[in-house]
Design a protein around this ligand. Structure first.
Ligand code: AMP
Ligand code: MN
Ligand code: MN
Ligand code: MN
Length: 300
């Protein structure tokens, strides 16, 4: 395939043809293995249909979709990177760390993620109790119907149930009124420690990337966000999502600057879950600023 055509870069290192013919990468998306709505193979087909040439499936706390996605990607000629989005609690704030290029069979990574997943059932019960107190009864049974992987029940499944039941107009409104931090259906939960999650990812041969950092600004001051990145990098974190489904142009510029200042690898991800629910479709991300070092230089 022409995408494999090796050329020499200015530094003399061999670079794939795709560096000249820019990569259409999407390194953050979800399937039914966590809280996406398409099966892993269907996510890959959709990404391919949208022109993606490099794709990572990054389900929350789960690698169960990697084999199916990799098979479909091979059939379609899409380069596939096994990934995961690990849930982390950092100073009482939930933070997501994307692991790219991990070995999906690494025992320590799998064991760590299994431990993180194990807390979800009890959390879902508390969430349902909190929603019931807020006048929305029966939400656990409803959410379960949307959680194709029962071990991964999460807020998106509750949100979809509340929309389908007619209680709320759309998923975004459910989060704004009930499920976002501080709202009546939100319950605190302790996920993995930052150092643990980064350690599992690196131990499995992967690159740890800070997911959608602008989303933490509601709960972390500018200086606390810098400290998060200090701690993330001290733990071995190497990348940051500059272009993310949740980032507007201003936020992409802000984190491009941070990537330059800190020497972080830059990543790109739609965070696609479902048509009509996710702001950016899988495989339809904006390009990175050309001076940044893309994380895929270390993945392919
Ligand atoms: P959980 O891991 O169960 O806390 O769920 C987190 C997921 O909820 C995210 O990955 C998104 O899929 C979804 N989510 C979080 N905040 C929002 C929001 N404001 N609007 C829509 N979906 C959201
Ligand atoms: Mn999600
Ligand atoms: Mn996330
Ligand atoms: Mn995500």
């Amino acid at each position: 395939m022409s995408g494999e055509w090796p050329v020499l870069s200015a530094s003399g290192r061999r670079r794939p043809f795709a560096i000249i013919c820019p990569m259409n990468a999407d390194l953050h998306c979800h399937s039914t293995v966590s809280d996406g709505c398409l099966e892993p193979a269907a996510v890959v087909r959709r990404a391919h249909g949208n022109g993606a040439t490099l794709l990572a499936l990054t389900d929350h706390d789960e690698l169960g979709g990697a084999a199916e996605a990799a098979r479909e990607a091979a059939l379609l000629g899409v380069r596939f990177v096994p990934g995961v989005e690990a849930s982390v609690t950092y100073r009482d704030v939930t933070v997501h760390v994307v692991g790219l290029g991990v070995d999906p069979e690494n025992p320590a990574l799998l064991a760590g993620l299994a431990r993180v997943r194990a807390g979800r059932e009890e959390r879902a019960r508390r969430m349902a109790d909190a929603l019931a107190r807020a006048g929305l009864g029966g939400a656990l049974a409803g959410a379960r119907r949307f959680a194709r992987n029962p071990a991964m029940i999460g807020r998106a499944h509750f949100a979809r149930h509340l929309v389908a039941s007619g209680a709320m107009p759309n998923v975004r409104t459910v989060f704004d009124h009930y499920l976002a931090h501080g709202k009546p259906g939100y319950v605190p939960h302790r996920w993995a420690a930052l150092e643990e999650a980064v350690g599992w990812i690196r131990g499995a041969g992967g690159i740890a990337v800070m997911a959608h950092p602008a989303r933490y600004c509601l709960r972390l001051s500018a200086s606390a966000l810098e400290r998060l990145f200090d701690d993330f990098m001290a733990a071995g974190g190497e990348g940051v999502e500059v272009v993310a489904g949740a980032h507007g142009p201003e936020e992409a510029r802000r984190f491009a600057t941070m990537a330059r200042q800190r020497g972080l690898l830059a990543s790109v991800g739609s965070d696609f879950h479902e048509e009509g629910e996710s702001p950016v479709d899988v495989g339809r991300c904006h390009p990175l600023p050309p001076d940044l070092e893309p994380v895929w230089h270390r993945l392919i």
